[in-house]
Structure formats: C-alpha cells, structure tokens
Design a protein around this ligand. Structure first.
Ligand code: DQA
Length: 154
C-alpha cells in the first residue's frame, strides 16, 4: 500500500453538462453530477482523490491539462466532440506527460464515420467506451491500478 493518495483530474468536454437529458437513447439518463458523485465515492474507497470538472471551451480544458503536472498523478478525459478534432488537446496530454485515459459514454467506433477517428487516442494509455456513465468509473479503476503499479506514492 502506498502512503499518499493518488490524485486524478477528471475532465469532461463540450455538451456533457447536458447528460441526463441529452440524447438519452445514446448517452443514458445519468447526469454528470451523478457520475462525479460516483467517482468521488469510488476514489475515497480506494484511498484516492478526484477533481471533476466540465467545460465547453477547448482553451479551458487545455489550461487545466497544462496545469496538471505536479498537482495530479493522472487524467481521465472525455473530450466530447473535441476528441475528433483537437490536435491541441493531443499536444497538451503529450506535453504534461501524465497517464491519461480516454473516456466515452457511447462507443464512437460504432457511430457516425466522423466519430471513428480520435485525435487523442495515440497519447492516452487506454480507452474506455460504450458503458454509459459507468465508463468513467471503469476508467478510474483502470487508471488507479496503473498508478499503483507504476510508482507507490510514499
Ligand atoms: C462522447 C462521444 C463523442 O463523439 C461526442 O461528441 C460526445 C460524447 C461520448 O462520451 O460518448 O460529446 O465523447
């Protein structure tokens, strides 16, 4: 067991504040607040800390990722539609050098062609997609396991 808690920054991008009412046939009825509460409970049970944020603004997501080194041990990122467009997010993840898990509620690979390309996948250690709001918790489990295996914080 390590001494210090793992610190994970959880970022959700554009339109994800609308979860609960946004295309529920695709994204389910769980709200982002409920997902964040589940992550906080899960993190606490694992001796970890999560800081969950959402922004519709690419620049704000970039600022948060850019400031993450030293403050966090890893990232969960559901970049929403920026997943498919943003070289800047890719560069930011690469620049901070923290392990990042790409998260999606839906399975983008099984949807429209434009969603099949992720600009960030190549700089992430893993991807969890298709489990609705549960994707976030599954991704957190995976990331915490990786962080524990990499370097016990003591
Ligand atoms: C999403 C998938 C994206 O293609 C889409 O633009 C979103 C949500 C997901 O969580 O399934 O906004 O990231």
């Amino acid at each position: 067991m390590s001494g210090l808690p793992a610190r994970v920054l959880v970022l959700s991008g554009p339109n994800l504040q609308l979860l609960g009412t946004r295309e529920p046939e695709i994204y389910g009825r769980t709200t982002l607040a409920e997902i964040h509460a589940e992550l906080s409970t899960l993190a606490a049970s694992r001796g970890a800390i999560v800081d969950c944020r959402q922004s519709n603004h690419e620049g704000e997501l970039l600022d948060w990722i850019g400031a993450a080194r030293g403050a966090f041990d890893g990232l969960l990122l559901n970049a929403g539609a920026y997943t498919h467009t943003s070289y800047a997010l890719r560069d930011a993840i690469k620049a901070v050098g923290l392990p990042c898990v790409e998260v999606h509620l839906s399975n983008p690979e099984a949807r429209e062609p434009f969603r099949r390309r992720s600009r960030i996948a190549a700089v992430c250690i893993a991807k969890v997609a298709g489990f609705g709001g549960r994707s976030y918790a599954l991704a957190l489990e995976g990331l915490l396991g990786t962080l524990d295996a990499r370097s016990p914080r003591s």
